[in-house]
Ligand binder design. Structure first.
Ligand SMILES: Nc1ncnc2c1ncn2[C@@H]1O[C@H](COP(=O)(O)OP(=O)(O)OP(=O)(O)O)[C@@H](O)[C@H]1O
Length: 284
């Protein structure tokens, strides 16, 4: 659905944030875009949806150049920015003024999501708390039923029950037609939600792999001591040492996303080499 070819981008021409990025994102997936603060997640999302223009290269949505912002592309894409602005309108007034931009908007679904998020239905939006405003916008975004749903740090400002609710609602809203992209620097917020990890680090996309592919290559486990293991990465914990090991036997283990993310940004090239071996389809 989204195709990025040889993308270079910089807010200043002499200081490029990305150089020659290539990335392909498909329908039927929930992507987690991870990176440290300032890694460029928001900037990459803005390039994808045509809010920032590549210095070189292209970003297309279903073959259409995102930077052209064609109405037929925009009506099928919903973007939730990190910083949201809500007007002094009730939810009903907001829906009556903005839902018309999204032909597949479902009012019934919107109110259902609002109820699940426990956001009062007749409230004036700018009088809601920040977390409630964010939940209202997430509910609206889901109810647009656009094929492309892009959310920048959507869980910022949500309390713990709302984060759980968020994961549940997003997971239930995925269809084969939909492509959902969620950026965060809070890896745990996407636990049990995403199926594919994209990691931006040092101006590059260093990982773009499904969790299943990652667990085929790497073994996530906890051992009493880090000795006698062919470690790729280790972190002490109260229960022992959480480790990532090579997985030549293909033993199943659940990907510990936080451990994985820490391992990637720690810079051990062996992990990336293992991940990218025999995965030419995901070559970056
Ligand atoms: N409008 C702008 N003009 C100039 N520089 C910018 C602008 N927006 C972002 N930057 C810079 O680009 C870099 C990447 O910022 P970006 O917001 O894309 O990162 P991020 O990964 O989303 O960070 P965070 O996790 O903190 O939200 C940062 O160094 C930031 O200062």
């Amino acid at each position: 659905m989204i195709q990025i070819n040889n993308l270079s981008f910089g807010y200043r021409k002499k200081n490029l944030l990305f150089q020659n990025l290539n990335l392909s994102l498909s329908r039927g997936h929930i992507y987690g875009l991870l990176g440290k603060n300032g890694a460029g997640k928001s900037t990459l999302l803005k390039n994808m949806i045509g809010l920032a223009y590549p210095t070189a290269g292209t970003c297309t949505i279903d073959g259409a150049d995102a930077s052209k912002r064609w109405p037929q592309v925009l009506q099928n894409l919903y973007f939730l920015p990190e910083e949201i602005y809500v007007p002094a309108l009730t939810t009903t007034q907001y829906v009556s003024r903005t839902a018309c931009f999204y032909p597949r908007f479902s009012e019934q679904e919107f109110y259902q999501y609002l109820a699940e998020f426990e956001v009062p239905r007749e409230a004036v939006l700018d009088k809601l708390s920040f977390g409630q405003q964010k939940k209202m916008m997430i509910a609206f975004g889901l109810a647009t039923n656009t094929d492309l749903l892009v959310m920048d740090e959507p869980t910022n400002g949500l309390d713990i029950p709302s984060k759980v609710q968020f994961r549940k609602i997003i997971a239930s809203a995925l269809t084969e037609e939909r492509c959902v992209i969620i950026s965060t620097h809070q890896v745990r917020d996407l636990e049990s939600l995403i199926d594919t990890l994209v990691v931006v680090h040092n101006r590059e996309i260093v990982v773009n792999q499904e969790l299943d592919q990652i667990s085929e290559k790497l073994l996530f486990t906890t051992v009493p001591s880090a000795q006698d293991h062919q470690l790729l990465y280790a972190e002490e914990s109260l229960r022992g040492v959480n480790v990532i090991l090579p997985n030549p036997e293909g033993v199943y283990s659940k990907v510990d996303m936080e451990l994985f993310f820490n391992a990637i940004i720690s810079g051990n090239p062996a992990i990336l080499q293992l991940l990218n071996s025999n995965h030419l389809q995901n070559a970056i």
